[in-house]
Design a protein around this ligand. Structure first.
Ligand code: IPM
Ligand code: MG
Length: 361
């Protein structure tokens, strides 16, 4: 059981991360007061600035500090002064891996008033969820160079898939599809079994075996390239998708644009396990967008994605009513108060959008 006080670590991070995190925390404070939720937040200064100052990404003892929390809220990482990859690997991927957050949950829902690039589509047409495996595949960092820097250079980068890794993700996705209980009640495996005949064969076989335990859930299969076409052509055909880490990264970028872009798309990195002592895994919630350096400090960035991520944090940590209240307030604000979800064109500043959500609670 989670303790009765919800204990959160906030990592606002780089660029506009702190601005959107502030709005998400503002909304948390308001909904917590309304719903009688007790919480505490420890804010950590991890990110590019600290790295440039100290050379440290996650300080000594940092992971243990996080393990004692119920949840992590991450604003954004990515710093113009730091070589791309260092913070992504050293912070974001490190936390996903070390805290074994093996589910990357990405709801794709077009909210009222939000523009999608798909002509003729409205909120009822885009409402699906991608469950992305979050700890294996090309992300595991297995590979190397031979004869680096010479004309004969060889580079390898291996995709690693394990039975345990795909089974726990697939099983979670079946449970989730069952719980979501939409009229479609369909879980679609997205992979590339026609080319990745070892790793994705393992996924395919595991999917079939686990499916037998869920006779009430319909199943489907798409190759990833076909999925990208269908997602644009018939987004209404999807309910829940389960996929590998790399394909999940790419397909959720496409899906994120369909739902209105990085201003609204949020995701959760979940460790759904419970230790023998009853401690739940520590999960991390984040807006999908990056640190948007050019908007830093301008009050222009859209905080809706961060607020959506906070709603997911509440939902996952035993406060579904508060989460639903935030979701409803966000839909009211996107539907009636904002002119666009693009940074600088919202009709309001960052902090005003946060205020509007608070007022709508
Ligand atoms: C995402 C991002 C990350 C990923 C990057 C920043 C490492 O694109 O969360 O989708 O590839 O997983
Ligand atoms: Mg991505």
């Amino acid at each position: 059981m989670a303790s009765s006080t919800l204990s959160i670590a906030a990592i606002p991070g780089d660029g506009t991360g702190p601005e959107v995190t502030a709005e998400a925390i503002k909304v948390l404070a308001a909904v917590a007061a309304l719903e009688g939720i007790s919480y505490d937040i420890e804010t950590l200064d991890w990110g590019g600035d600290r790295y440039l100052r100290t050379g440290e990404i996650i300080p000594d003892g940092g992971l243990d500090l996080l393990r004692r929390k119920d949840a992590i809220f991450l604003g954004a990482i990515g710093h113009p002064g730091v070589t791309p990859g260092i913070l992504e690997k050293g912070l974001l991927l490190e936390l996903r891996f070390k805290l074994d957050q093996y589910i990357n949950l990405r709801p794709v829902k077009l909210l009222p008033g939000v523009e999608t690039p798909l002509a003729g589509r409205g909120p009822g047409d885009i409402d699906f969820v991608v469950v992305r495996e979050n700890t294996e595949d090309l992300y595991c960092g297995v590979g190397g160079y031979l004869k680096k820097g010479t004309p004969d250079e060889v580079a390898t980068q291996s995709a690693v898939y394990t039975r345990k890794g795909c089974e726990r993700c697939i099983r979670w996705a079946f449970d989730y599809t069952r719980k979501r209980n939409s009229p479609k009640k369909t879980l679609t495996l997205v992979a590339k079994t026609n080319v990745l005949t070892y790793g994705h064969d393992l996924w395919w076989r595991t999917f079939q075996e686990v499916a037998a335990e869920y006779p009430d859930v319909k199943t489907d299969y798409n190759h990833v390239d076909a999925c990208c076409m269908w997602m644009v052509k018939n987004p209404d055909a999807y309910d829940v998708i389960v996929t590998t880490n790399m394909f999940g990264d790419i397909s959720t970028a496409l899906a994120g644009i369909l739902q209105g872009g990085m201003g609204v798309a949020a995701g959760a990195n979940l460790n759904p396990d419970v230790s023998p002592a009853g401690k739940r895994g520590v999960s991390m919630f984040e807006p999908m967008g990056g640190s948007a350096p050019k908007y830093t400090g301008t009050n222009k960035i859209n905080p809706i994605a961060a607020i959506n991520a906070m709603a997911m944090l509440l939902e996952h940590n035993g406060h579904p009513r508060a989460a639903a209240r935030v979701d409803k307030a966000v839909a009211h604000v996107t539907g009636t108060k904002m002119t666009s979800q693009a940074a600088g064109r919202m009709g309001h500043g960052t902090s005003e959008v946060g205020d509007l959500v608070v007022a709508a609670l």
